[in-house]
Ligand binder design. Structure first.
Ligand code: ISL
Ligand code: CA
Length: 544
């Protein structure tokens, strides 16, 4: 039997998420690709990354940038070939970097063979999805979609089909054992190629208990029929015993709308389901019911949420950014006067909480939201759907534009800024989405040359973390602090660290503990015992 530490080989890893379309373009077509990723492996190694999570690279018509898969065993030709993918896996392996892939199994693309056969009348494949004639010609139920609008559309065969996301993404029917067999086979196909696990997309909504009408509410009508169902737990346990345990994988699930209790059921070790999961509560800190309506962001609320989740999960994931949300400096920091300070603070926070830190491409150089000129620059299918819904509500163009530009997922999908040249070193061609003009000073090259940069701060803190038993394996405890300041200890049998995070742009008087500042962006010759400066982050060690 493997003991817990070999079984959890991933426990002390740093994970870096790549959104391949926006990472690095190797052939000048304006679209990031797999050889582009391979060309940056040394950069990632240098940063201190252990695991790469690739957003989908499978064959796709690309309506949701790869989250609509048309063939799970082929590579999107825009991203390269299967040989490119195999080369990436083996080059990464040589550097000691593991790769996990995105597994999107709530739905396929409507251009997947299965769906096409289904619509053509093949009964076997019709049973892979949810088809229905509806009620008196109307939709089968009142469910709404994650992307706005209804969750049912009509296929060419005249029947309705279910799609919790866009109508290009029909939901798979997880009551069908053939669907289970197909997915097991897909997972083995990739694990046999040497990948180390999966990030399971929208995993806690895959199994629909019933297709009854949902309770009326502001968003996601129908959710009580598919969120964290027993059927979902059952599938995860079977994935685990049939595949994951045999390959010693690392499995992280994306769990929308998850509560602490539900999260424990999905990821506590004894349950043998997921290794860990992404919760969303901190990303929704400033939502007013739905993400398109915002209220003022309050750091004290963020602190309460993060503190709560630190104590929920056996191995939490920590993340402040991904491809579905705005950039963290825009969300929780400051993009103006305190851009650099606040990006460093967020780095410090993300990398010193208990659990596995995830860094999203570009976060390590403090990339900010896209500087789009208008809705014409927006590519995201979700934004377009929401725009249509708002149009139906007769909202003016200027209002729709303001709402969408502030929240669109494209904010995090602008190309990684490698240098300050015309296309930021991302491509020699025409980029698929607008590059942020702040590439002139936010870019990898400039930050590599500046010892004091955000990028170098990441490197230093990753190095610090890798040597610190308190950060790797220690306990976590919050300490009472003034509003909007987050203070906690991380403690192992060898060391006790006090972590200070001032999440505001003001000076904050705090009580200081510990003996020696071991990390932070304070200046050497000033008094360190009076207050925390705006967005200050520091680590103080105490003698045990
Ligand atoms: O970002 C969201 C909506 O604005 C979330 O609700 C998100 O849709 C949900 O977390 C599921 O996300 C995942 O599956 C989607 C895909 O578009 C996202 O990019 C992916 O992360 C459908 O596959
Ligand atoms: Ca390319």
């Amino acid at each position: 039997m493997a003991n817990s530490s070999t079984k959890k080989w991933w426990k002390n890893s740093i994970v870096y998420q790549i959104y391949p379309r926006s990472f690095c373009d190797s052939n000048g077509d304006g679209i990031g690709d797999i050889p582009g990723i391979t060309s940056k492996l040394h950069y990632l190694k240098n940063l201190g990354v252990d695991i790469l999570w690739l957003s989908p690279v499978y064959e796709t018509p690309g309506y949701d940038n790869g989250y609509d898969i048309s063939d799970y065993k082929k590579i999107n030709p825009e991203f390269g070939t299967m040989e490119d993918m195999e080369r990436l896996i083996s080059r990464a392996k040589r550097l000691g970097i593991k790769i996990i892939m995105d597994l999107v199994i709530n739905h396929t693309s409507d251009e997947h063979e299965w769906f096409k056969k289904a619509v053509a009348g093949d009964e076997k494949y019709k049973a892979y999805y949810y088809f229905s004639d509806g009620k008196d010609g109307k939709r089968p139920n009142n469910w709404s979609s994650f992307f706005g609008g209804k969750a049912w559309s009509k296929a060419e065969n005249g029947q309705y089909y279910l799609h919790l996301f866009s109508k290009k993404q029909p939901d798979l029917n997880w009551h069908n054992p053939d669907v289970y067999k197909e997915v097991i086979d897909i997972m083995k196909f990739w694990l046999d190629k040497g990948i180390a696990g999966f990030r399971c997309d929208a995993i806690n909504i895959i199994y629909k208990d019933s297709l009854k009408d949902g309770k009326r509410r502001l968003s996601l009508i129908g959710r009580e029929h598919y969120l964290n169902t027993d059927g979902c737990h059952e599938i995860l346990k079977r994935f685990n015993s049939d595949v994951w345990s045999k390959y010693k994988t690392f499995i992280v699930g994306e769990a929308s709308l998850v509560t602490p209790d539900a999260a424990k059921l999905l990821s506590d070790e004894s349950r043998e389901e997921l290794d860990t999961l992404f919760f969303f509560e901190h990303m929704e800190v400033d939502n007013r019911g739905i993400k398109w309506l915002k209220k003022k962001y309050r750091p004290s609320k963020l602190i309460r949420i993060l503190d709560k989740w630190q104590n929920v999960l056996e191995v939490p994931t920590n993340y402040l950014e991904n491809h579905d949300h705005i950039r963290s400096v825009n969300h929780y920091g400051n993009t103006q006067k305190y851009w650099e300070k606040s990006a460093k603070l967020l780095c410090g926070l993300n990398l010193t909480l208990r659990g596995i830190p995830f860094i999203y491409e570009g976060e390590e150089i403090g990339m900010t939201n896209g500087d789009f000129r208008g809705l014409r620059d927006i590519k995201d299918i979700e934004s377009h759907n929401i725009n249509q819904s708002m149009k139906k509500m007769l909202l003016l163009h200027s209002i729709r534009q303001r709402i969408i530009l502030r929240t669109t997922r494209d904010n995090a999908r602008t190309p990684v800024q490698w240098d300050d040249t015309e296309n930021a070193g991302f491509t020699t061609g025409e980029p698929w989405i607008k590059i942020n003009s702040n590439k002139s000073y936010i870019n990898v090259k400039a930050e590599e040359e500046d010892n004091n940069s955000i990028l170098n701060f990441y490197k230093q803190i990753i190095e610090f973390r890798k040597k610190s038993s308190a950060l790797l394996d220690g306990s976590y405890r919050r300490i009472a602090s003034p509003n909007d300041v987050f203070i906690y200890t991380r403690e192992s049998s060898e060391e006790r660290l006090y972590i200070y995070c001032n999440l505001t742009g003001n000076n904050k008087a705090v009580e200081f503990y510990g003996d020696k500042i071991v990390f932070g962006n304070y200046e050497e010759n000033e008094r360190k015992d009076i207050y925390l400066k705006p967005y200050e982050f520091r680590i103080v060690a105490s003698n045990i």
